[in-house]
Design a protein. Sequence first.
Length: 487
Amino acid sequence: GRKHEGVKYPNSLPSLPIIGSLLHIGSHLPPHILFCNLQKKYGSLYSLKMGSHYVVIVNHHEHAKEVLLKKGKTFAGRPRAVTTDILTRNAKDIAFGTYSESWKFHRKLVHAALSMFGEGTVAIEKIISREAASLCKTMIHSQSCPLDMAPELTRAVTNVVCALCFNTRYRKSDPEFKEMLTYSKGIVDTVAKDSLVDIFPWLQIFPSKDMNLLKKSVAVRDKLLQKKLKDHKERFCGEEVNDLLDALLKAKLSMENNNSNISQEVGLTDDHLLMTVGDIFGAGVETTTTVLKWAVAYLLHYPEVQTKIQDEIDLKVGFGRHPVLSDKRILPYLDATISEVLRIRPVAPLLIPHVALKDSSIGEYTIPKDARVVINLWSLHHDDTQWENPEEFNPDRFLDENGNHVYSPSPSYLPFGAGIRVCLGEALAKMEVFLFLSWVLQRFSLELPDGDSLPDLQGKFGVVLQVKKFQVRAKLREAWKNIDIST
Ligand code: HEM
Ligand code: PLO
């Protein structure tokens, strides 16, 4: 650390032109891995300049918890960035909106709405099971040839969040669903490239081609969301709340009726409503689908893990009924596998950047107001003082000596973040991943198609850590050949 009148700042990387050449040694490493490697030279907490912005990179779990939990409110800000501003109409959403009354209000509303229609009630389990059944049914027809599971996994996950947000679902060849797949890919491929990734000289060029794709994709998304809002406004009578959009409209109406200025203060404008559902819809689809794809990719690499999960399901659930949420307790190996997938390939390896709302500190280091703080979850999840052979995929690390699932065998594990910015969809995502995987693995064995090479495990860094395309052969398991799958 650099000492300055008794104040100690984090080590700082040399300024950009020099880093340019320095970083080129490990050229084209994705940022989370580069930031992890830089610890060797600069320690676990260091800073760098990105344009005029001062950025602090946190690689150790104690520092991460100080930022997220102990000083959560101090570090609850978010930076503004050109691309996320386009996505969110200048940060009028939850994920990219900075700490404010409006942010608090929307977060609370969504949280309440999600628990009302889903989490904690049987309603959500029913919705997920319906989609799991539908997924299994389409997989039956694809047994004879190699299958890219991504589109159908995405549809299953989309339909769950569609039910929660809009009380609708998509059929297989629904044109609106296809449109959604296209715009969402356009957004994932381009958004946040300026704020996070452009720390790196070789990615700093943000081509106008990307910007055009982003704008076009956001316009298509906005049109779709606008239509949903219009439909809901026409149908909603102020009483019966069927989904998240109804809940938001009800909050808006009751504020307007109260004749208060609060709705201005907390921003219950149409823009805010649209951006809030946009967040939940977008996060709901891209994150959970990504985890499922990583899980399948790892099961192809580790067929013995798949066999163990299936043995557990066969023994504890059997073939007479489908898996239910309460089976989580009796399927610890599946649960451990999911935890391990979230460790080894975190969906958001750098979370979303945080911002210091006032002068503060992390450990012994002084952190000035407005500093951007990037938590490198990758470093936490691959810290070899915390995890034995961190690169190895091993669900057993999440089991105790009696074979029970341990939620967090190390404090260096935060797949959903923590504190006041913790993921809003954690409970929902966990239910979905558990049910979809247990349904599929109860019925099918997933194998590498003859002649294909194993799926890539590096991933592609972006606003989420994406999985490259791959195919599987999904074989209906022996025991199911004579059973009617639709039940
Ligand atoms: C934020 C992980 C699924 C909604 C986050 C963050 C992480 C995360 C790491 C950032 C925390 C931070 O910046 O400190 C995950 C993982 C998921 C998942 C691993 C799947 C397994 C979902 C789902 C939803 C959702 C299904 C929607 C229902 C959100 C929202 C935020 C968020 C709205 C922003 C919260 C805020 O800034 O206040 N998530 N997420 N996530 N997530 Fe998730
Ligand atoms: C995914 C593409 C969608 O079209 C728009 C969208 C909205 C919210 C974003 C999400 C994208 C990516 C994952 C994010 C989520 C908010 C919280 C979540 C960033 C860009 C995570 C993992 O932090």
